[in-house]
Ligand binder design. Structure first.
Ligand SMILES: Cc1cc2nc3c(=O)[nH]c(=O)nc-3n(C[C@H](O)[C@H](O)[C@H](O)COP(=O)(O)O)c2cc1C
Length: 275
């Protein structure tokens, strides 16, 4: 998939494309829609987000209308005139396979399909599905068979796995890309009350850099979308240096959408100097 400039608005913070009205589209290579699941999810009760020193913690709980309602909205995305990455999630092996089957007739409407395999803020307890690599490999193999022509991306967290071992399974099953990393489980105190959620923002950056570095060291061809604490053009440059194919902007969008322009300009400069 050609993402030009190599800048992606990440799943969740990018919503269903509402930001595109505020940002010059020429800086955005692709937009990943917020994760859709087989059944609708109401999400968690407020408060759903809190800010700490150098981090954001969220417990949105994957609120979404479910895949069938989502499919009724397809025309909206055509009007966005941007490359669109669909994001799909699930709680069980069966849910991942069923949602892949459901989306199959519409798969050509999307430039890529990202499977979100890391939902640490869904309060089910235990690790994400990748924690059990055998069950996960079954999903990876079967989804590739269901969607033989799609550009498939796996979005992974870092809990319970070495991402390079998961990447091995992806490459062996002809998946095209990997988004590294998702939020990490965190705990935040708000007025003395505990909030459990997924941690994003600058605190994630060194962990995400290491994940990208390790996967790129092992695989020269896999498409890597970097995700974790990218808040300025210096952060973006560091991720490109360790082998990212594209730079993902997530919670930085909440700080100010102008960040996209700053990073987009930098990435265009780097591309020009490499030509
Ligand atoms: C409010 C919020 C909602 C999110 N929702 C999703 C989601 O639906 N699907 C997903 O794959 N990641 C989701 N994420 C994770 C982001 O896409 C991103 O991977 C993570 O926040 C790390 O990047 P950042 O530090 O730049 O925010 C969400 C993050 C935030 C802050």
């Amino acid at each position: 998939m050609l993402v030009k400039p190599p800048l992606v608005l990440l799943s969740g913070p990018a919503g269903f494309g509402e930001w595109l009205e505020l940002i010059d589209k020429s800086f955005i290579g692709a937009l990943t829609l917020k994760t859709i699941t087989l059944n609708p999810k109401e999400g968690n009760k407020p408060s759903r987000m809190a800010e700490g020193n150098n981090y954001i913690i969220n417990r949105i709980g994957l609120e979404n209308p479910g895949v069938l309602k989502f499919l009724e909205m397809l025309d909206t995305f055509k009007n966005l005139k941007s490359k669109i990455i669909l994001s799909l999630g699930g709680d069980t092996v069966e849910e991942y396979l069923k949602i892949a089957e459901t989306i199959k007739p519409y798969s050509k409407e999307f430039d890529a399909i990202e499977f979100n395999f890391s939902c640490p803020n869904v309060e089910k307890g235990g690790l994400s599905i990748v924690g059990d690599l055998q069950s996960w490999e079954k999903i990876i193999k079967t989804v590739r068979k269901i969607l033989p022509d799609s550009f498939l991306i796996a979005k992974l967290g870092i809990e319970g796995i070495f991402v390079e071992n998961a990447a091995d399974i992806l490459v062996n099953n002809d998946w095209n890309g990997i988004t590294l990393i998702n939020t990490v489980r965190g705990l935040h105190f708000e007025n003395g009350k505990i909030i459990l959620g997924g941690l994003s923002g600058p605190l994630l950056k060194p962990i995400a850099l290491r994940a990208v570095y390790e996967v790129r060291k092992r695989f020269s061809d896999i498409f890597i979308i970097a995700s974790g604490g990218i808040y300025n053009s210096n952060d973006a440059e560091e991720f490109m240096k360790v082998g990212a194919s594209a730079i993902g902007i997530g919670s930085a969008l909440f700080k100010s959408p102008e960040i996209v322009e700053e990073i987009g300009k930098k990435l265009m400069e780097v591309e020009r100097s490499n030509d």
